[in-house]
Ligand binder design. Structure first.
Ligand SMILES: Nc1nc2c(ncn2[C@@H]2O[C@H](COP(=O)(O)OP(=O)(O)OP(=O)(O)O)[C@@H](O)[C@H]2O)c(=O)[nH]1
Length: 599
């Protein structure tokens, strides 16, 4: 019995992938992604379901007043007669609300040195980029647009994870999909692991391209097996990692790779509004002796026009000219378009955010404000400690301690990871972003800063420059000579992230003696504190007889006309509960939540 891939079936039946997954969910069929395969009898069932839906939809549309047709039915109305995806999309679009349109995916290529990143980009550029118009000079702009049978795909053409992470370190995420290139004759190498760690930290979907499959010594199976050791399980082994064998030399598999990129993009549902406010990111910039500053901007939202004013950091510029990645002059550029801009007076840095301003005056105002904010921060030099919640995410969720491990040998790395694995609990997980042999690198520090990780080194130390960079970025980088001292440090990190336990502590009790009507605050409980004390912002519980009639917060406390923080036993006060139904004779009890020290 033959198996069928979900996306091929969707294409054959003229429905979109999400619809297909919906049906599979309904049938209780498990799958990893749209490229998972399904059994033939499931295919038959799907055909029947679609046919039934189409049959139901047909009379409904004939007698329109009887029942308005649901969009899902409308979508599948044409099924099961095979129609091309393009037709199906064209038919569906008018039905959709005026929603934000799709945009092309932006892809980055990462991997170990010499595994073929540049060759792969070159092959795609050569075969997929339309010939230049006369006079257009192809030059390196940091990104290019490829036209494929599945639509436009934008490639960042500075391969390597340093570029990717430098951009991310500035808070920008340009890439939607990461291609990890692994040479079939070499398999996983240190930079492959790093590239994977960077993509995982950015939460960007990954596709593995096993390159150089044309070589006689190519061993794609070994690469797949090695990947499983990183908990990355290829689809054909039952996991959800898309792995595509390619050759940048012969072009074998490159079409498949492009198809997988489009499929992943479709599932990511990438959208951007060309009519919305503009925002973009600097990909790279350089100073040309004749032209001046040339900056490549990736348009993320909105549309850029020649003549627009742009603000980057504390600089601004007016777009004098704009060229697309093929070197052609253009007047405007929408989302997911890389454009080279002439008009800045200083070269902006990769990863800087770009915004537009209405006119020169507005641009100057924005940068004046930014300069003043920066000075304030510099003057204050406030090293505010982050709250536990800011560091670890909302309370009540499992906490994760992110680590980057560096050690002298593979053996010690494995020993450390073995011990760490046993330290995880339901409350705290340990996430080793990268476990590498040798001294920590600047790339590790960048990764740690974007992923809020701690770098722990065993029997290796960081070079001066790396230490300094860690210091300026506020990254904890520690070296140990004894494994158990390192484990103690991990214990400290784990303890620091165990969720605090709070208990409610009784504060005081008061009787409501009169209700005071306040024009702004509503009804205030004129009360007498009979025991304990009352605090502003404490929790309040109101009882009437035996019944609890209200629970909330003390939003205000007054003594005569003055706002006060606390009122002690034996004093009268006005208690504002932000609740209007308080009555004379009610009893108010105040309490607060206090953190309990844990052993
Ligand atoms: N046989 C074969 N050789 C390839 C293939 N792809 C790349 N190469 C060769 O492998 C070598 C390295 O390729 P590059 O594209 O420079 O690799 P890279 O990953 O960009 O390397 P760096 O930029 O140094 O990190 C070159 O000699 C390429 O010609 C392939 O698919 N098949």
């Amino acid at each position: 019995m033959s198996k069928v891939r979900i996306y091929s079936l969707a294409k054959d039946l003229g429905v979109d992938n999400n619809k297909m997954l919906e049906i599979l969910d309904g049938l209780g069929v498990s799958y990893k992604s749209v490229s998972s395969t399904i059994e033939e009898d499931t295919v038959d069932l799907i055909r029947e379901i679609l046919a039934a839906e189409a049959a139901e939809a047909a009379p409904a549309s004939a007698q329109a007043p009887a029942a308005p047709m649901a969009p899902a039915q409308a979508e599948t109305q044409a099924a099961p007669t095979p129609v091309s995806t393009a037709t199906a999309t064209a038919e569906r679009e008018p039905a959709a609300a005026p929603e934000v349109p799709h945009r092309a995916p932006v892809v980055t290529i990462m991997g170990h040195v010499d595994h073929g990143k540049t060759s792969l980009l070159d092959y795609i550029r050569k075969t997929k980029v339309a010939a230049k118009e006369a006079g257009g000079i192809t030059q390196h702009v940091g990104a290019f647009e490829a036209q494929t049978s599945k639509g436009r795909i934008v490639f960042i053409d500075t391969p390597g994870h340093e570029a990717f992470t430098t951009i991310r370190a500035r808070g920008a995420n340009v890439a939607d999909i990461a291609i990890i290139v692994i040479a079939a004759d070499d398999s996983l190498m240190p930079q492959t692991r790093e590239a994977i760690a960077h993509a995982q930290a950015a939460k960007v979907p990954m596709i593995v391209a096993i390159n150089k499959v044309d070589l006689p010594q190519a061993d794609a199976d070994r690469v797949k097996t090695d990947l499983t050791q990183l908990n990355l399980v290829p689809e054909e082994y039952g996991g959800d990692l898309v792995v595509v064998p390619v050759s940048a030399k012969t072009g074998e598999g490159v079409e498949d790779l492009l198809e997988y990129i489009s499929l992943t993009a479709e599932l990511e549902d990438l959208r951007a509004d060309p009519k919305g406010p503009f925002s973009g990111v600097i990909i790279e910039s350089r100073v040309d002796r004749q032209a001046g500053v040339l900056a490549t901007v990736m348009v993320q939202e909105g549309t850029l026009h020649v003549g627009d004013f742009l603000v980057v950091g504390e600089n601004y510029g007016k777009i004098k000219a704009m060229t697309d990645s093929g070197g052609g002059r253009i007047k405007e550029a929408g989302p997911s378009t890389p454009v080279q801009i002439l008009g800045f007076s200083e070269a902006p840095s990769s990863g800087e955010q770009v915004a537009s301003a209405k006119n020169e005056h507005a641009a100057r105002e924005v940068i004046a404000q930014r300069a003043s904010n920066r000075r304030d921060v510099e003057n204050a030099r406030i090293q505010r400690k982050k709250t536990l919640e800011e560091m670890m995410g909302p309370l009540g969720e499992t906490r994760t301690v992110n680590l980057i491990l560096r050690a002298d040998t593979q053996g010690s790395l494995e020993a450390i990871q073995g011990i760490l694995a046993r330290k995880e609990t339901d409350e705290v997980k340990i996430n080793v972003l990268l476990a590498g042999i040798g001294s920590p690198t600047e790339g590790d520090v960048l990764l740690a800063s974007t992923a809020e990780a701690t770098i722990l080194c065993f029997s290796v130390t960081a070079a001066g420059g790396v230490k300094k960079m860690a210091e300026t970025k506020g990254i904890d980088l520690k070296s140990f000579r004894i494994i158990y001292e390192m484990i103690d440090e991990v214990d400290r990190l784990l303890r620091g992230t165990i969720e605090p336990v709070f208990e409610e502590r009784f504060l005081g009790r008061a009787e409501v003696r009169m209700v005071i009507r306040h024009p702004k605050s509503g009804n205030i409980a004129g009360s007498y504190v009979t025991n304990g004390m009352f605090k502003r912002n404490a929790k309040a519980k109101v009882t009437r007889g035996k019944e609890v009639v209200y629970q909330g917060t003390i939003v205000g406390l007054k003594r005569f006309k003055d706002d006060v923080r606390e009122v002690q036993t034996g004093f009268e006060c006005g208690i504002n509960l932000d609740w209007n139904d308080v009555l004379e004779g009610d009893i108010i009890e105040a309490s607060e939540m206090v953190e309990v020290e844990q052993a």
